[in-house]
Design a protein around this ligand. Structure first.
Ligand code: UTP
Length: 475
């Protein structure tokens, strides 16, 4: 007899060689069984099996690997460099004015991706809650929200903030915003929406892992989960209803990002790009950053793990790195571009990472492996660049705009990022004529000034900082 769909869960698991997941089923309570059954229903096993098969055949397939393609990488052709001459400064000024016009007309929204698990930092809460203000201890969320609020005030128009969370960060993030009254932003301008999850699979057997009895080991599906999440949460319609045409995209970990930077928005619009990416000069060939390049005339970002050493090391005749343009993960998207992709058939590819994932075995408990044991599947938002009719690369100054909080120690650690913030604000204070005693940390709230010129104009020598044991602060 021909079996009629739908298959039961047990049959599906058997079909995909995943019936180990039902070991221990009888020990679950009826509620746990119902929840587990519902979770298993959400898993796209066909997609997972395809991904695992691709991973296995990776080295033998005729398909070119990203690393092989990287050999043809050239510096990006559609590029705006930092201004070096008076003429270039005038062009940047024109771009800035264009961006200010867009902000004033209410055509700009901001997207913050805050769904990551922050494993390298090892902080027990969403990374946005991390206290990072060098003098104030303000959390990352506050540093970013206050920038947005100040930018909106300057523009004389609100800027909606679209904040992507995940199962790992959603509840705590929303509660934190409520507790802090949205850091001064109008509540009606802050939208939370959640990205999806992907299960982790044992690297040897392809069997999905459990995190507890009756629970799959799941993790957020990468910042590229944004595209799907924007569409399924109704945020794309919200943007359209609000008349938003340009989205400034940034990540929760970089407090130096110039949120809704007018010059950047202006360049994006004036050049007719559908997506733009800010880059900085890499410090060395070995620095672990994605790089913006052209391959076969198509502008794209190559992940650092896909860049062969000898390609990363290539130098120009003058001795500089040929592929120098490290991505800051700060983008501008045209809303219509996101809509076109979200409603079309094309999907962001998954990247597969080999990671140590704790796994629960019924009867044995939770085991934490010392070495990578599993594959995790993530989408990266920068993979949308080649889909754009035009992708623009815009150069930024590292000391001004880039030091993300990634690690517990060393580079991109809390101390390192605080140092960058202090150095930035020290420069603004000194430009305005302040003499700061040696080794005194300095912090300037975005609500006081967004840049050196505004600080000099608005504050100058008139407003005394609060002098605390931790340093000087203008807030
Ligand atoms: P990272 O790739 O640096 O990941 O995220 P992470 O979670 O912060 O840290 P590690 O790798 O586990 O140590 C860059 C940005 O993308 C967001 C993060 O919240 C951060 O703003 N992100 C990452 C998501 O929103 N969702 C994800 O699934 C992954």
């Amino acid at each position: 007899m021909i079996r009629i769909l739908p298959l039961t869960i047990a049959e599906r698991l058997d079909f995909y060689h995943q019936d180990h997941l039902l070991t221990g089923w009888d020990d679950l309570t009826p509620d746990q069984q119902a929840a587990f059954a519902a979770e298993l229903e959400t898993v796209d096993f066909d997609q997972l099996m395809d991904l695992l098969a691709q991973q296995k055949s990776h080295h033998s397939a005729e398909d070119e690997t990203p690393a092989q393609r990287a050999y043809r990488a050239q510096p990006p052709s559609s590029l705006v460099r930092l201004p070096r001459t008076a003429a270039e400064q005038a062009e940047w000024k024109t771009a800035e004015q264009r961006g200010e016009d867009l902000l004033r007309a209410g055509k700009v929204g901001a997207i913050l991706v805050a769904g990551g698990q922050g494993t390298r930092l090892g902080y027990d809460h969403p990374k946005g809650m991390y206290p990072l203000g060098p003098v104030s201890d303000a959390p990352l969320f506050q540093l970013l929200c206050e920038q947005l609020l100040a930018r909106a005030r300057r523009a004389g128009h609100t800027i909606p903030y679209y904040i992507m969370t995940s199962d790992a960060t959603h509840d705590e993030t929303v509660a934190f915003f409520q507790k802090h009254r949205f850091f001064g932003l109008p509540k009606a301008d802050v939208y939370f929406f959640q990205q999806g999850n992907m299960p982790a699979a044992d690297a040897q057997s392809g069997q999905l892992l459990l995190s507890d009895a009756g629970q799959l080991a799941m993790s957020p599906d990468g910042h590229g989960g944004l595209l799907q999440a924007l569409s399924s949460s109704g945020m794309l319609e919200n943007m359209q209803d609000r008349g938003v045409e340009y989205l400034y995209y940034h990540q929760v970990d970089n407090p130096l990002a110039i949120v809704c930077d007018p010059a950047y928005l202006g360049w994006h619009d004036l050049s007719g790009a559908e997506v733009s990416t800010k880059v900085i000069a890499k410090r060395s060939a070995a620095e672990k950053m994605g790089i913006a390049v052209d391959v076969d005339g198509v502008t794209q970002i190559i992940e650092y793990s896909d860049l062969p050493d000898e390609v990363a090391q290539r130098k120009t005749a003058s001795g500089d790195l040929e592929l120098w343009a490290g991505s800051t993960a700060i983008h501008v998207f045209s809303r219509e571009f996101l809509e076109r992709l979200a409603h079309g058939r094309w999907q962001l590819p998954f990247h597969i990472a080999h990671k140590a994932v704790p796994s629960y075995v019924p009867g044995e408990g939770l085991k934490t492996p010392e070495k990578p044991n599993a594959y995790k599947f993530e989408r990266f938002i920068f993979d949308i660049l080649p889909q754009a009719s035009k992708a623009l690369i815009v150069e930024a100054d590292r000391t001004r705009e880039f030091n993300p909080l990634k690690n517990a120690d060393g580079v991109h650690s809390p101390d390192d990022v605080r140092r960058s913030l202090v150095n930035l604000h020290l420069g603004w204070a000194e430009e305005a004529g302040w003499e700061i005693p040696d080794a005194t940390p300095v912090e300037i709230s975005s609500l006081v000034a967004l840049d050196a010129a505004e600080f000099a104009e608005q504050v100058g020598q008139q407003v005394q900082p609060e002098k605390t044991d931790r340093g000087w602060i203008w807030s």
